[in-house]
Design a protein around this ligand. Structure first.
Ligand SMILES: CC(C)(COP(=O)(O)OP(=O)(O)OC[C@H]1O[C@@H](n2cnc3c(N)ncnc32)[C@H](O)[C@@H]1OP(=O)(O)O)[C@@H](O)C(=O)NCCC(=O)NCCS
Length: 180
């Protein structure tokens, strides 16, 4: 398997969108407009603003296995993302320690083969090269992906209720800044 920047791959935006909806926890939409709004909030914004942080994983036969969407600086992105994602600012107090965030999605056919791990490791290396001290992912307390993040060294930093969800902030420090 290999991980590479989406922009250097032959994977189309349609391939990414297909996987986005396949693995989305939300399946029912009252209208096409609602569906497009959902896509816009959780997906398009990352491709538009940070296309260089979109990573894809390909099998040795060049099959599309999964993707990662990433943002290096969650605090800087706050004015844009809080307009799109209503829960975005509830964990703002942790953005300094864990500045980057990500969304990862692996196709059902390829789950459990180390794809998610490899995508996140690649993203972490990008962050280290840019001296970014930490990263986070937000999930919900009933999601099994909490164990996935825990396996990769993310800690359960915080937990807050939001609408019908109990959101969990999973954070990982890559290194500590030292004041010298
Ligand atoms: C969560 C997800 C990204 C994991 O990707 P993956 O490629 O299946 O996971 P990996 O094979 O890289 O797993 C890495 C480690 O985490 C463990 N792990 C993965 N998913 C797990 C789960 N649901 N429960 C417990 N452990 C899990 C694996 O066993 C593996 O452990 P090991 O290193 O000891 O073998 C993938 O299942 C997925 O896309 N799910 C649907 C969308 C989603 O939940 N995305 C995250 C949104 S916050």
């Amino acid at each position: 398997m290999k991980v590479l920047p989406w922009e250097k791959s032959s994977i189309s935006k349609e391939n990414l969108i297909e996987l986005f909806f396949k693995n989305s926890s939300k399946k029912e939409f009252s209208s096409q407009e609602e569906k497009l709004k959902f896509l816009d909030c959780w997906f398009n914004i990352y491709l538009d603003k940070w296309p260089e942080n979109v990573l894809v994983a390909l099998s040795p036969k060049n099959e599309f296995m999964g993707y990662l969407l990433g943002c290096f600086n969650s605090q800087k992105a706050l004015p844009i993302l809080k307009l799109k994602i209503s829960s975005y600012s509830i964990f703002e107090e942790h953005f300094y320690d864990f500045p980057a965030h990500l969304h990862v999605n692996v196709s059902n056919d390829f789950q459990g083969q180390g794809v998610g791990k490899k995508l996140i490791e690649y993203f972490q290396n990008m962050l280290k090269e840019n001296s970014i001290q930490g990263l986070h992912a937000i999930t919900s307390s009933d999601a099994s992906n909490i164990q996935f993040y825990a396996k990769l060294g993310f800690l359960r930093v915080d937990e807050k209720p939001f609408k019908n969800w109990n959101l969990v902030f999973m954070g990982k420090k890559l290194f500590d800044y030292k004041i010298v």
